[in-house]
Design a protein around this ligand. Sequence first.
Ligand code: SAM
Ligand code: MD0
Ligand code: SF4
Length: 442
Amino acid sequence: MRVTQCVYPNFAFILAKFPEAISLNNGKALTKTECYHYIHCIFSNGVICLLIKAIEAHHDPRQLAFCSNFHKVIIKRRAEAKNNMVDFEEILAKALRQDKLTKEEIVRLLKTREKDRVNSLFRTAGELRARYFADKVFIYGFLYISTYCRNNCRFCFYRSENENSLRYRKTEEEVIEAAVGLAGPGIHLVDLTMGEDPYYFCGNEGFEMLARLVERVKETVELPVMVSPGVVPERVLERLAAAGADWYACYQETHNLSLFKKLRPGQNYEARLHTKRLAHKFGLLTEEGVLAGVGESPEDMAESIIVMDSLKADQVRAMNFVPRKGTPMERDITDDPLREMVCIAVMRLTLPDRLIPASLDVAGLSGLEKRLAAGANVVTSLVPPDRGLAGVAQSYLDIDENKRSIASVLSVLANCGLRAASKNDYTTWMSRRQKAISEAGC
Ligand code: SAM
Ligand code: MD0
Ligand code: SF4
């Protein structure tokens, strides 16, 4: 029997997948007709199954030899795929037992893209989230109090060299009013974020203004406060803690030193990392974060997760890089929309008891459900509308439409079978964590 109809349309793709097969044909590339005659591909579950029907009917010895060798390659590939599947399930089971994953295992998980496996990964992440947090999610308000910055991070819209960036510095009163507007029922924390604004970064006087602002926000809203001021001197960190800050957020973006230097030119990797260790010393909880899609490899991402662990970071995040106008990376393509979700899930498997944000700042409200489904347990970047306040990765998205609001978030949570935690749940979690950090002496 001769195969007359063989319907795989994209044979070039098959050839790309099977370079061995081509070389088995005495180094001679197959013609399209030969391919159609010999190969009928069916892709299922990411395992490539090949039916080489009717091959035996060919009497050309060269073709037969090729077919039989090709068949061996296929069998080998199938066996490998099967083993990989076993490994993958074993890694998930290991994570559920909370045995520490190796770097290779983390890399394996980070490479997951096949649909069924992604679903298993997310299911496992959801199970681990439920083990520590039940169906309760924390919700953070976000105030970008000044977008002036002395730094020139390549990815950031607010880098000093971006003349077309949105620049503002809110006054103390404006910040207080916005914080009051934000801090309604359902909000667990207010995050005060800024560029390294020379107005505040100008010696003691500037930092003192910042500390007083933190004090006033804390007194007024009576909620935990996170500060994200960039890298500040040790004494300033101590002062911010004394002023009532509960959290210090500062993201490395990557733990690959050469990539760091490219992303944050002129900045000191070690100093940035060390500030987070100091923050723990002063009783602040810390957040570490990475960017996804800035040229990092899965190995780099795995390394970042390992560093997050070694830092004992209390909150850990990954955000897809959003190309911003007027920056050197404005045309860098972010081609893998699953990357952030997979990172969130893998962080949950590796650091199951930590807080992991689903930020509204990357894909807005419509991206929230996916991030929660991947195992996040904090919704961040709620921004009050009509106050001229910006987001970071997305300056305007969903803000004046009032979609970065508590009502919108609560309705998404309900769709996901989740709910907002109580204020008490959050402060209890924080106290427990602060106690553990101070006992660990780090
Ligand atoms: N200036 C302070 C600093 O850099 O630490 C505080 C601002 S911090 C909250 C800004 C963070 O937002 C960066 O560390 C980065 O992780 C994220 N970010 C900035 N621009 C982004 C972009 N274009 N896409 C995704 N994330 C971005
Ligand atoms: C967010 N836009 O939560 C904020 C920001 C800074 N601590 C956080 C990146 O997504
Ligand atoms: Fe400045 Fe922070 Fe933007 Fe870097 S990421 S340019 S430090 S605001």
